[in-house]
Every structure is written in structure tokens, then in C-alpha cells.
Design a protein around this ligand. Structure first.
Ligand SMILES: *Cc1c(COP(=O)(O)O)cnc(C)c1O
Length: 356
């Protein structure tokens, strides 16, 4: 056991699994690197940050999170750069969002410095796991859960914060088929749609399964009150090009404020594209799909970056969007983002943090 400057106890694995891992064929979210970060919250403060070999947890069946879903998470990536280094993309934004999620779920905030130190140290230790290749990266999963052994609906007193890491390649292999959801909802005003808490996702599984049985990948969620306005696509933010304007629903409390979304908006504005953040009507989009005003649609999130949408189903009808050429504005935005993350162009925004 060695202690770093940041006060992290590190116990290295004695047997790296890297040599026996097929890094060319990685199933998303199923392969884990050698180490994980752990820090516990008890008695009103965070204690003893550690990095230890990746392993199972031992939990009481009464652990609060298993019953009432007091848990939050983040999703971020580390990228292999052109010169062989490893970078994080806007980790400060993930840390800030995780702490907003913590507030909403009555959980303690994680000191940004302790989070960043643990994250960097973990990525440094497992940097050799960073795959090379166009869509390849380390997918990083920080999360926190209520750890009290107690059955009762109240905020836990103890929490565990952990980070583990998955080497990944592409997320979606083909352009998406999505359906405009008019019955079920992901989020509602006053709810938790704008934070990354576990409960937001379990409720979406059933309606998504119904759509998948009909041949769609996921749905475009609409507002819970009237199903008149578009919110997100699956677990991604959604963008349309409507009459040449890059358009995305404005953040209204039910939409998760994606860091990819924000980065795309920033780059598009700088590039001189017309950009709109506003309410996007279901009727408006369906009309635009019919008359050609909607020329492109895509999902945006860390896992997929940009996931082109090929088909949008609505009320029993399928609308097919034209293929996006490599020089399309959408693919240019994706490339700009990737070039910044992989150090191929200058990072004018202070978005990139070099770890190795
Ligand atoms: C994480 C997430 C996103 C995308 O956020 P990024 O920061 O871009 O990864 C969008 N919608 C939902 C529901 C999410 O959970």
C-alpha cells in the first residue's frame, strides 16, 4: 500500500487482466480495467480515498440503495491522443453535474479536488487499457450510493463513492430507428429528469422494450403533461436540423443537461451555424419530416457522441431521413469534437485535461 500526495491509498493488482483481454472486440460496458476508486462517507465526512483492484462489493441485503434507489452516477470518457497521451474531456463539468445530482437526491457533495485527484490517479494507473481507434476510449463510470443497512424511506447517513472504467469501442453500430413516444414518460416537471439518478432509467425500460419489439432502438421522449414537446432520445439529448437551423429542446428541468449537447452548441455557434435552443413541438417535427424542413436528426451523449437518426416513427408511420454524408454539418461537428478530445486541433476552450 502506497499513499499518493493527494492522500489516496493505492493497492495495485498483482495480476493485470490486460494481456488476456481481447481489446479489438470490446462489448460496451462488459469489460473492466484492473482498478477502481473507492471513498466512503460516514459521520458527516468523506474518508480514506483508495484505489484497489477491481472486485465485487459485499453488501447487506438491507442496503438502502437496493430498495429506494438513492444513487447517482456520471458517464465520461478518456481518450487516446494523436501523440499517445490520455486526456479527459471536461471532467469539471461532470463533477459539477454529479454534485447537482447529489443535492437533488439528498446526498453529500463530493469535494471537486478529491474527485479529480482520484479520477486522474485511476486513469494514470490503468492508462495502458486505453484502446486505440476512431471510436475507442475509456468509458468512466463514477457513482455514489446510499450504503446504510436500514429499511426506511429517508436519506442514508452513509454513502459510497466509486469510479470504475471500461475500455470501449463504438456504441451504436447503425443509424437509429426511433419512435415518438406519446404514452409513457421519462421525466415530469418537478421530478428528477435533469439529474443523473438511477431511478430515471429503470422506469424507461418497459416502454423502450415495447418499442424494441416493434423494431425501433429507442424512443424520443416527449413532455409528460401533454406529449406535445420533444425532450430527449433514449438516454441522449436530441438535435434536429429544421430549415437549416441546428435545433435542440431548451433545458426546462425535465431534460438532462448533456455535456456533449453543450459542447456541440458551443462549436456550432463558433462555426457560424444558426442554432436554436427552444421548445420543439412534436407536430412541428412531424410536419417537417413530411415536407422536408427537417433534414437531419441525431442523438448526442458521451457514450455515442453523435448517433445519427435514420428513421422516426410516429402514429404508425415511419419517416426516413436522408443519409448524412461525411461532409455534412452534423458529421463535421462530430469530427471537430473528436479532434479536440484527441489533441488533433487546438483546444481553445480549456476542455481537455491531460492525464498521461
Ligand atoms: C447522460 C445523459 C445524457 C448525455 O449527457 P452527456 O453529458 O452528453 O453524456 C443525456 N440524457 C440523459 C438522460 C443522460 O442520462
Amino acid at each position: 500500500m502506497i499513499s499518493t500526495e493527494a492522500g489516496i491509498d493505492i493497492k495495485r493488482t498483482e495480476h493485470s487482466r490486460l494481456p488476456e483481454t481481447d481489446m479489438q472486440h470490446l462489448k460496451f460496458g462488459r469489460v473492466f480495467t484492473d482498478h477502481m476508486f473507492v471513498m466512503d462517507y460516514t459521520g458527516g465526512s468523506w474518508h480514506r480515498p483508495q484505489i484497489v483492484p477491481y472486485t465485487d462489493l459485499e453488501l447487506s441485503p438491507a442496503t438502502l440503495v437496493l430498495h429506494y434507489a438513492q444513487t447517482i452516477f456520471e458517464g465520461m470518457k478518456a481518450y487516446r491522443t494523436a501523440s499517445g497521451g490520455v486526456t479527459l474531456f471536461r471532467p469539471d463539468a461532470n463533477i459539477a453535474r454529479m454534485n447537482r445530482s447529489a443535492d437533488r437526491m439528498c446526498m453529500p457533495e463530493i469535494p471537486a479536488e478529491a474527485f479529480m485527484d482520484g479520477l486522474k490517479e485511476l486513469i494514470r494507473l490503468d492508462a495502458a487499457w486505453t484502446p486505440d481507434g476512431a471510436d475507442a476510449a475509456l468509458y468512466i463510470r463514477p457513482f455514489m450510493f446510499a450504503s446504510d443497512e436500514y429499511i426506511g424511506v429517508k436519506p442514508s447517513e452513509g454513502y459510497r463513492f466509486m469510479i470504475f472504467v471500461c475500455p470501449v469501442r463504438g456504441y451504436y453500430q447503425e443509424p437509429l430507428r426511433v419512435y415518438l413516444e406519446m404514452k409513457y414518460s421519462r421525466a415530469f416537471p418537478g421530478g428528477t429528469g435533469e439529474v443523473k439518478c438511477g431511478g430515471n432509467y429503470a422506469g424507461g425500460l418497459y416502454p423502450t422494450k415495447l418499442r424494441q419489439d416493434q423494431g425501433y432502438h429507442q424512443q424520443i421522449w416527449t413532455d409528460a403533461m401533454e406529449h406535445k414537446y420533444i425532450e430527449e432520445s433514449g438516454t441522449m439529448n436530441v438535435f434536429f436540423i429544421i430549415d437549416g437551423v441546428l435545433t435542440t429542446p431548451s433545458l426546462d428541468g425535465t431534460i438532462l443537461p448533456g455535456i456533449t449537447r453543450d459542447s456541440i452548441l458551443t462549436l456550432a455557434r463558433e462555426k457560424g451555424m444558426k442554432v436554436a435552443e427552444r421548445k420543439v413541438g412534436v407536430e412541428e417535427v412531424v410536419r417537417g419530416l413530411r415536407d422536408g424542413a427537417v433534414s437531419a436528426a441525431f442523438g448526442a451523449g458521451t457514450a455515442a457522441t453523435i448517433a445519427p437518426i435514420k428513421v422516426i416513427g410516429y402514429d404508425g408511420e415511419d419517416f426516413t431521413l436522408p443519409d448524412l454524408g461525411p461532409d455534412s454539418e452534423v458529421n463535421q461537428l462530430g469530427k471537430m469534437l473528436d479532434d479536440i478530445r484527441r489533441g488533433r486541433t487546438k483546444d481553445n476552450h480549456g476542455w481537455v485535461v491531460h492525464v498521461v
